[in-house]
Write a protein that binds this ligand. Sequence first.
Ligand code: NAP
Length: 249
Amino acid sequence: MNDVSARGLVIVTGGSRGIGAAICRKLAADGYAVAVNYAARSADADAVVAGIRQSGGRASAIAADVSNEDDVRRLFELAQAELGPLAGLVNNAGITGASGRLDELTLDVLTRTMAINVIGTILCARDAVRILSTRHGGRGGSIVNLGSVAARLGAPGELVQYAASKGAIDSFTMGLAREVGDEGIRVNAVAPGIIDTEMNSQERQARVGPTIPMKRAGTAAEIAEAVAWLMSPAASYVTGTIMTVSGGR
Ligand code: NAP
């Protein structure tokens, strides 16, 4: 475990399970204090926090719906009150919504998908910029967004609305990176392929697996490695980049 006072706080949205949980564990091992955000499943978030603390790290679980502006404001306030000054944000929280063709899509699913994946990401990034930007007296930092290869593959017949939400993440990442490039903030995205989490059924993994050049789904830990590198000072000249981690897909 590195010196946790050295690197500051990273807020990881949707850090309670799946890719987010792996990111929290990796960042804590790298020496960051970690705010483990979740929406509903507090036991999962508490387990991630307990594991980090057992390893000598600092972490807190904080409930907040990223699509709710008041929740997001409270998330940033509580995280900094408990864990110190902000160094970075990982916009990981996301949902796929119901799988199916577009002509079966309901407005409710569409609205929820865009609210969490797009509006949630942008709201959290906005509040991070207000804290981190040297323009506002901040110390700079790093933002990593979770995109998806679906943004370029389109997920036809299954999740075109989800793919569109991740296309928005790519545009937002490139635009914000340029907007705050000289304000001490780097903004990048990781675009995973099929990863073994609750988001992907075993049936889907078995069906898509053979089409992946490396013939397997990825692990959450493999995504966390990329996120942690983009967050770290080792990536000090990297901004506006979308790093694909997909086994070649
Ligand atoms: P997951 O296992 O379904 O976990 C989703 C996480 O997001 C949970 O911690 C959940 O909290 C949280 N969450 C959901 N709605 C939220 C909200 N409104 N506010 C705050 N947190 C919320 O998902 P995953 O597979 O790890 O995916 C993580 C990210 O990677 C997503 O952005 C996803 O689109 C992206 N991604 C995943 C894959 C893949 O194959 N798995 C591929 C490409 C991209 P609760 O537990 O409290 O519900």
